[in-house]
Design a protein. Structure first.
Lengths: 473, 473
């Protein structure tokens, strides 16, 4: 944006100062809006993302690195001029990775696999375990299998996930990771290895949490990369054709065997915490707008797309709204702790603040690629507001979705309790190439797409923070 | 291609056998050429590549895996009907990888790097070493540096390699790997770590050999991936601005420090070998055409593009030439051993057969992407032959180059001794994304491009194997 001061008047020489002042006054535009500020080459989101991933790097929940990240976050948010910057600590069970190695040991020469342990995996002990592989083409096949095909074996769960723009494959295919080990453990498996929940072809397996029911003793649980899973499947098919011994009913095939060393540890209850900052609203009686990301990350990469970028995006947008002029509602920025390992920060926030009225909750936790869709879950009173929001983001290539917004993990408890929510849905085509892998590093972020995120968030947040009590709770 | 047998004659009922026979005789085309056989949906190259990478996998020179690969190779080449299939053993020094870990330890919290040892690297011992990093923006900067900037430090060599279709960046940027550690060792470095010689952005560093001069004691030498090198550079730039202490001449910056554990071992002299097979020519006095690939691979991936595919391509082409009809010259197929670690197979072949006259030598060892250019280094007598070859491969999208052919590592000694050579140059745009990494796996091979390679090789080989003594030696 430019301010068209009529410099030519000076050149003419005959213009009086009064004429100039009058002209200036007549042509002066309003101060820049939040979205205009965001479009002036925003680098706030980038610098948060770069600094956090460079100076702290991986920040596994409950560790010294996550504590260092909170200290860093408080200093950064204070330096940016936000109000009431604070840490809200909480306790959580802490799990950390150990050694992780695997080999296909038979019927061919041993071949090493690229493996990573899943969060809450049990340890094999340092000497590891070895067993026959029970192959299941997907999670449903494991669910349907009789126990005797699983008992005493290392379960392998395959899948066929492919990239989608809206990331919708994660829920369906992700079940193999979320609860595959639990199902296998109940059927007597000695360990579970899954084809990593990812869409890339690099030998960097995707980690992530797996969950055991109360009363089910955790077993070792790992994920191998897509090329390793392909290799396992090829060997498994060949082994099926290799005759180990003959019986009256046909031959017994050679088993495909795996050796597995995973030595993660449970460290017990440790400290984590949420970092909170605010843009104070002019109407202190109005309920706040809450915007969230998470500060912790998995340990394999530096947590650039998951979720340093999310913190960068929401914080840059809040800063632009603050710079443009005090909003009516308070904007509360939540950098949640311990999201990856069980959303402990989101739960702690809800326990502490769930009784308070929130106008609307939004989260950025799906990478750094562009926002392509806006979805709403708002009260009926907000229909005109939703129309205004959809119109405001349309110039940035954002379409209006037809499904209700779902929120995000860290605001999940708020949304479940009825707080309105809006999704600024990011393009997920590349997301599961990188998600929870060592490859989640700064170089994967496209500054142009990151900037579009900030512009869309700024446009949205400016409207929400100035919405009326008739529109939002 | 189809053979139009007039089946309709049977349906008419009135056709005599004589008429049918005459019709068949009149319309019968010549038997398919080698290139036509290759175009009938070749899967020989694919099956060699798939079977070798699946059943053997990584096959580091001098190891049990490489020996198993030779045994596999002999059985496969015999099964394909080649003549005089044999192993020609040789001795070679054997180096194997150990543990490999690295961290940036200061001035920030420790962050783990993805590192791999370079072939012939010394060991740090199991406890590792830690030291200040001396940063050099490229190999030339290290060459120019005074010893006191290097002595007692861990040298880091950066570079700026980008992909090229002809792979020409490897020679220039590769110097950091080929001899960087040697240069650093002579200046007193305690270890050398390079930005891996690769063009991808995955945390899978590229290994490869490094070379120490006689009389220079090897030091630990590793490579880190591009994202890790980016992180190191970002931390190095920040550390330069951090004031550790003040002096009258200015401040002393915080050093960037690295801890390094690399425990490779030299196993001494072990056995390796070349595997050789032949398509016997009709003129036993004519000198043979030699075509080469290498059977060994680095240990991180399964050696799919480097160089199982090369063995698949040349062998499929030789098979198609053999099937199409006996050629005049013998085609000798060389699956060389121990290429990656010092071209020991190529040297052993030359020592044994270098005195023999060879008509022409070709190698396939640059991946599995399509052939895009043909280059020649032939005697003047072969000018019409080169024209025929260029015309034969043009229908497959192959252009004629203006530079002399260079051959390949395993035929390097032959070419240096004057044997004519032809390059069927493959597209290298993706090659250094994968080269010498864990990602060199079967899924990276495009079957369509692999098939184009076989067709181009079949067209070329059919002409060469039937060339006259007036054209080639």
């Amino acid at each position: 944006m430019t301010i068209p001061i009529p410099f030519r008047l000076f050149a003419l020489g005959g213009a009086s100062l009064a004429l100039f002042a009058a002209s200036l006054s007549a042509s002066i535009p309003p101060p820049p809006s939040a979205v205009e500020l965001a479009q002036q080459g925003d680098d706030l989101a980038w610098s948060i993302t770069e600094d956090l991933t460079t100076e702290i790097g991986p920040r596994m929940a409950g560790t010294e690195a996550e504590a260092a990240a909170r200290k860093w976050a408080i200093a950064r948010l204070q330096a940016m001029g936000f109000a009431d910057v604070r840490e809200e600590p909480f306790d959580m069970p802490t799990w950390v990775r150990g050694a992780e190695e695997a080999w296909l040991t038979s019927p061919f020469l041993p071949q090493k696999l690229s493996i990573t342990a899943l969060g809450t995996s049990a340890s094999t002990g340092p000497k590891g375990i070895e067993g026959d592989i029970a192959y299941f083409k997907n999670f449903d096949a494991l669910l349907a299998a009789p126990d005797h095909l699983v008992k005493g074996r290392i379960v392998f769960i395959d899948h066929q996930m492919v990239p989608t723009q809206d990331g919708s494959g994660y829920g369906a295919y992700g079940r193999a990771r979320f609860i595959g080990a639990n199902v296998a453990a109940k059927k007597g498996a000695i360990a579970t290895v899954i084809r990593a929940i990812g869409t890339d072809d690099h030998r960097n397996p995707h980690t992530g949490g797996t969950n055991f029911e109360a009363g089910v003793a955790p077993i070792p649980a790992g994920a191998i990369s897509n090329p390793d899973a392909d290799q396992l499947v090829r060997q498994w098919k060949r082994a099926r054709l290799m005759r180990k011994s003959e019986t009256p009913l046909g031959y017994i095939a050679e088993p495909l065997r795996m050796k597995l060393i995973l030595t993660p540890q449970n460290l017990g209850i440790r400290k984590s915490g949420n970092v909170i900052a605010e843009v104070p609203g002019s109407d202190r009686g109005a309920s706040p707008v809450i915007i969230a990301c998470h500060l912790d990350s998995w340990d394999l990469g530096t947590g650039a797309i998951d979720d340093a970028a999310g913190c960068g995006i929401i914080t840059a947008a809040a800063k632009h709204v603050m710079t443009a002029g005090q909003p009516r509602r308070t904007i509360r920025i939540l950098w949640a702790g311990a999201e990856e390992v069980g959303v402990f920060g989101g739960k702690a926030y809800f326990e502490r603040h769930g009784e308070q009225k929130h106008a609307v909750a939004l989260e950025s936790d799906f990478g750094a690629d562009r926002v392509w869709r806006i979805d709403f879950k708002l009260p009926d009173s907000a229909k005109p507001l939703a129309d205004r929001l959809a119109a405001a983001v349309a110039p940035f290539g954002v379409v209006r979705g037809r499904q209700p917004a779902s929120g995000g993990a860290d605001i999940g408890a708020l949304v479940a309790a009825g707080v309105p929510t809006i999704d600024l849905a990011q393009d997920g085509t590349r997301y599961f190439d990188l998600h929870h892998t060592p490859d989640d590093t700064l170089d994967k972020i496209d500054p142009v797409q990151l900037r579009q995120n900030v512009a869309v968030w700024s446009a949205t947040l400016a409207i929400l923070a100035n919405s009326s009590d008739a529109e939002l709770p």
